[in-house]
Write a protein that binds this ligand. Structure first.
Ligand code: KG4
Ligand code: ZN
Length: 357
């Protein structure tokens, strides 16, 4: 029987220092032998966002310990690992370099294969760790830095169907949280507050709701939240604003995902219709419920990774390493870190003020 691959994955693209060991299973899914994530929330709290230099310093301090811990928990030695993968982009160069160099050093010193992973591909393939889904599938990636609809055609093969033209969805949650006086990162707290409020209390705008295909925009919504926040009289009204914001987001996602599903199905016959969400915001239970309902209506099977695989982690990087290695996508040790690295290089850059859709 062919040996099942085991990879060590390393992730330091933003404010999580993470390492993980993942092994292939015979049914095509993966077994997570360890998944260590050290978050830097404390380091960045007082600044209301991630400070690149502080993040890089924290990665340097923690990386060796985190990798050792991941190996220890997996009960494996480096000799039992078939290859090493590390996130090479997109992200903060000063942060990426820390994990990338650690991965290269281990691979180089042991003479093991090295795979440079695109963080977004990590998110995109993460549902395959727990679920035996087939390509192609429709992915909604919603994180702190990215918001995109992608057709996942295969490993290393993506077609972007839509993207945000301004803020990422996680950014919209975090900015709304900041306006309401919630500490960074505020997404999870907005979800909590929303449960205590009346979601129909404030009417907020839905930018490019009925135009622009499945492209998205959140900047106008954020401005409306800021304006509304100036008139709030008490805590209860803050809960109402959090709830109204989350409801508006859900209406936007529902409509845009419907359009993305239509786009995805164009020129396809007899395929399994699979819809996947990934990225930190995909932890939000109301968003999950909302999109699961839509998927059911449109006869898509929805596959949502567990919360610990939605937010940034290294298991998804180890897994992407395995998937890439299996089709011979290995890299040299001079592979650079990349601040920008789109999954679909042919898609136009659509971010910036003054864009008309
Ligand atoms: O994927 P991720 O961990 O990091 C990036 O690659 O960006 O996503 C982090 C983002 C943050 O903006 C955070 O506020 C948001 O995900 N987030 C949430 C929830 N949990 C995390 N947003 C809304 N509801 C949540 N429950
Ligand atoms: Zn991410």
């Amino acid at each position: 029987m062919k040996e099942k691959l085991t990879f060590l994955g390393i992730e330091t693209s933003c404010d999580e220092t993470a390492a993980s060991v993942v092994r292939e299973k015979s049914d095509g899914t993966g077994e997570i032998l360890s998944n260590i994530v050290s978050s830097q929330i404390k380091e960045h709290k007082e600044f209301g966002g991630v400070v690149p230099e502080l993040a890089a310093r924290a990665h340097v301090e923690k990386i060796e310990f985190i990798i050792k811990k991941a190996l220890e928990e997996s009960n494996l030695h480096l000799n039992n690992i078939n290859g090493i993968s590390a996130t090479a982009g997109p992200g903060l160069i000063v942060c990426l370099t820390v994990g990338l160099n650690a991965g290269k050093a281990i691979a180089g010193s042991l003479g093991k294969p090295f795979v440079a992973v695109n963080h977004l591909e990590g998110h995109a393939l993460s549902p395959k760790i727990n679920s035996n889904i087939k390509f192609p599938y429709l992915l909604l990636l919603i994180s702190g830095g990215h918001t995109q609809f992608l057709e996942v055609i295969g490993v290393n093969n993506y077609k972007r169907l839509g993207t945000t033209i301004d803020d990422a969805l996680g950014e919209a949650f975090d900015k709304t949280a900041k306006i309401l006086g919630i500490e960074f990162p505020g997404g999870p707290k907005i979800e909590e507050w929303a449960k205590k409020g009346d979601e129909n209390y404030f009417k907020l705008p839905k930018p490019i709701f009925k135009k622009g295909g499945c492209n998205l925009s959140f900047a106008g919504l954020k401005t409306a939240v800021l304006r509304t926040s100036k008139e709030l009289k008490n805590q209860k009204e803050k809960y109402h604003l959090a709830a109204s914001f989350q409801k508006t987001i859900n209406e936007i996602l529902y409509e845009k995902t419907k359009v993305a599903m239509e786009e995805f199905l164009k020129n396809k016959k007899n395929i399994q219709k699979t819809f996947v969400i990934a990225g930190g915001v995909a932890s939000n239970l109301r968003i999950r419920e909302n999109l699961a309902k839509l998927a059911k209506e449109k006869n898509f099977t929805s596959v949502f990774p567990p919360k610990n695989l939605c937010s940034d982690n290294a298991a998804m990087i180890a897994w992407a390493g395995i998937e890439r290695y299996k089709i011979n996508l290995v890299n040299n040790l001079d592979f650079p870190s990349k601040a920008r690295w789109p999954l679909d290089a042919s898609a136009p850059f659509l971010k910036g003020p003054g864009l008309k859709l």
